[in-house]
Every structure is written in C-alpha cells, then in structure tokens.
Design a protein around this ligand. Structure first.
Ligand code: NDP
Ligand code: MG
Length: 389
C-alpha cells in the first residue's frame, strides 16, 4: 500500500485528490489529511479514509476537530507547527494543496523526509524556488507539478532533452474579465471576480485568474520548476482552456497538451507517475469543440503579468515580496477594503519600495529570510493601502 498525505484536503485540489484516492482506496494508506476552517469536511474525510491524523491549520479549532473525530480513532492536532510535524510523518506521496505561502513549510518538511511532493502550491516555488529545489535534491525527494500548465509541460518534455527546448508557452483563459471594457474593471465586484469562465477552483486562485496574478505566479513557477531562462517563457490567452501549455523545440515542433479543464487529470498524472492509468475525466470530442482560439494578453488589462515578468527576471527574494504583497492585497479585496484594480497597484508599490531600500533584507535564501521577506511585504502592503485610504 502506498502511504499518502494530503495537505489542504478540504480545498478544491484536495477534494479532487480525495476523489481519485477513493476510486482505488484499497491501494492507499492515508497518513495525514489537513484543512483550515472546514472542520466538518476534514473530519468526514478523515473518518472515511481512516487517516492516522487530521490537522487543522488553526489552533482555535482543535476542540471542534477533536469533537468531530470522537470515537473514530483518528488523531487530531492543530496549528502551523502541527502541520509541519504531520508533514514529517513518513509518507510515499504528499499532495501540497494548501493555498498561499502557508504551504511552504509543510512542503519542505515533506521533502525532507523523502516523500514525492505533488506540488499544487505554486506559492512555494514563487517564494522560495531555489530552497525548495535544493531541499528536494539533498533529500533525494522528487517534486512533481500539479498546476495544469506545468503538468502539461512536464508531460511534453518526457523523453526530450532540455537543451532542445526553445520556448515554453503557458496558456491563460483570460479570467472573468477578459472581454470587459477596460474602464469597467475598476467597478468589478468580488462576486464577479470569483466566477471563472472554465475552471472550478478555490476562490483565491479564481480571483487571481481574473487579475492574471495567477499567470504571473505561474511564469515564475515555470522558470523555477524547469530551470529555463525567462525569455523562453511566453503567455498566450486561450479562452477555451483546452490546451494547457506548449513546448517549442529547436526543430520548430510545438508539442501541445490538450485536455478538458479538469484538475483530476494533472492530479491523477502526479499520483500515478511514472505510469499512466485510466482517469475519470471527460474525453474531448474535437469535432464538437470546433475551434480553439488564441490572442496576446493585453498589457493594460493585466498589469500583474508585467510585474510577474519583472520579478521572474530579477529572481532572489523578490518572489516572496511579490507573493506576500499579492496575498495581502487579495485579502483586502476579499474584505471589500480595496477595488479590483487596486490590487496590482498595491503590489507594484511594494515591489518599488523593495528595490528602493536595498540591504533591508539579507538576500541569501533561507527559510528564515523567506519568511521575513514575506512578513515585510505584508506590512508594506498594509501601509501602502493605508496611504491610499
Ligand atoms: P482552496 O481555497 O479551495 O483550498 C485551500 C486549502 O488550504 C483548504 O484545505 C483550506 O482549508 C486550507 N487553508 C486555508 N488557509 C490555510 C492556512 N493558513 N494554513 C493551512 N491551510 C490553509 O484552494 P485550491 O484548492 O483552489 O488551491 C490550493 C493550491 O493549489 C493553491 O496554491 C492554488 O494556487 C493551487 N492550484 C489550484 C488549482 C485549482 O484548480 N483549484 C489549479 C492549480 C493550482 P479550509 O478550506 O478548510 O479553510
Ligand atoms: Mg494553472
């Protein structure tokens, strides 16, 4: 039996992962399931999958979790340290699907104990790419992509030499506002930003898709994961979301990965790797699909892409600044304190300040410097928002 743990089990990726594991439950020994505020879901799945331990990220919910697990034999624990402890429990395969920089420490702990880490939490690579890769290398642990674009690139590269790759093209749906008039974006509401045209995902990544902060994070994720230079990475808007990424080779060939917008493909690919197994995803009928269209992302509509590209070029700890500021600005948009277009302006303010105050942060990348930088970016985002208020 394969020992598996799922971090962020109550979320969109986590639930899809559980779905696949349920399909072949006899093959898996579930070690850890983690969640946040959704205690009922966490306890229900921990019971059904007979997990060793269920962890909520929030210490104040420990008693609720204990009560929900009473009599089940599943251990309960809570808080950020408990997440790291749970990630150190031996497992063969660990899904990293916590949302945000909070996923970094548990992911590192899972790699340290040698588990194969299926990485949905792109923020880990954005904030601390070099550290994550070095941790995996030292431990002899494997990292597999779960983000659909990166899974697609990974699949297109099987059997290929990296030095024959000329370019990597990741696609973007364009998000909720791809066809809006630019002057209307400032009035976009939370409900409008939270509805994705093609993918059913968690609320935060859905809003990040509307702003293209998600694609900006994915640019950085591509550079870090595949170790390619920034000029080789392109973004194209593909409203149908059927091609997830393309790899261009030195003989002019472009290998495209085509499939329905269903994360169970990328999750299942990572779960079954290095084999392929039958997955319960829709089979595309291309004659019904009819056409696939592509266009360049408009700079004025998606300022986040320009910021993400600058961060990708700069490297170092600027990824942690970018992500921390973005998370904070998104919190404020979710709380109704700032508007949709303000998010990119806040993040740009914080990045500008980071460049203007060199030497403030030690740029050697360690877990401590990454966490300090993440914290600083959030404080700066708050002060940028206060100034505007
Ligand atoms: P969701 O918001 O649906 O789920 C997030 C998970 O993290 C939940 O289990 C949530 O718990 C938990 N959580 C929330 N806050 C914290 C915290 N502070 N500490 C620890 N755990 C926390 O997110 P998604 O599943 O959409 O996304 C997860 C990750 O996967 C993100 O990094 C995202 O970018 C990436 N991803 C997602 C895709 C998708 O299709 N959804 C596609 C590609 C990448 P609870 O809900 O119980 O509060
Ligand atoms: Mg993606």
């Amino acid at each position: 039996m394969r020992r598996v743990s799922i971090f962020g089990a109550t979320g969109s990726i986590g639930q899809n992962t559980i779905d696949l594991i349920r399909n072949a439950q006899a093959e898996y020994d579930v070690v850890v399931l983690t969640g946040g505020r959704n205690i009922a879901q966490l306890a229900k799945d921990a019971r059904a999958l007979n997990a060793d331990v269920a962890v909520t990220a929030f210490s104040d919910l420990l008693e609720d979790l204990r009560a929900a697990l009473a009599g089940s034999g599943v251990e309960a624990s809570a808080g950020p340290e408990a997440l790291v402890e749970a990630a150190s429990r031996p497992a063969d395969w660990v899904m990293s699907a916590i949302v945000g920089a909070a996923g970094l420490k548990p992911g590192l702990a899972a790699l340290e104990q040698g588990a194969t880490l299926a990485l949905a939490n792109k923020e880990s690579l954005v904030c601390a790419g070099a550290l994550v890769l070095e941790t995996a290398r030292t431990a002899g642990a494997r990292l597999l992509p779960v983000d659909s674009e990166h899974s697609a690139v990974f699949q297109a590269l099987i059997g290929e030499e990296l030095d024959t790759v000329e370019r990597i093209i990741i696609t973007a749906s364009g998000g909720a506002f791809r066809d809006w008039r630019l002057e209307d974006l400032k009035d976009a509401t939370l409900a409008q930003a939270s509805s994705h045209p093609n993918w059913d995902m968690g609320q935060r990544i859905t809003i990040d898709s509307a702003s293209m902060f998600n694609k900006a994070l994915e640019l950085i994720e591509t550079k870090e994961f595949f170790g390619v230079s920034p000029e080789m990475i392109e973004v194209v808007v593909h409203p149908e979301s059927l091609i997830h990424a393309m790899v261009g080779f030195n003989d002019g060939a472009l290998m495209a990965h085509v499939g329905p917008p269903d994360m169970r493909h990328a999750i299942g690919f990572a779960l079954n790797w290095p084999k392929r197994r039958t997955l319960p995803v829709e089979r595309l009928d291309l004659a019904t699909v009819g056409e696939m269209t592509f266009r360049a992302p408009e700079e004025a509509r998606y300022p986040a892409l320009r910021l993400g590209r600058a961060v990708m070029n700069r490297g170092g700890l600027s990824g942690a600044v970018f992500n921390g500021a973005k998370e904070r600005a998104l919190d404020a948009f979710l709380a109704g304190r700032i508007g949709f277009v303000d998010m990119a302006e806040i993040v740009e303010d914080v990045l500008t300040r980071f460049e203007a105050e060199p030497g403030l942060v030690d740029e050697t990348m360690t877990l401590e410097t990454v966490m300090q930088t993440d914290h600083l970016a959030r404080v700066w985002a708050d002060s940028a928002m206060e100034k505007r208020a």
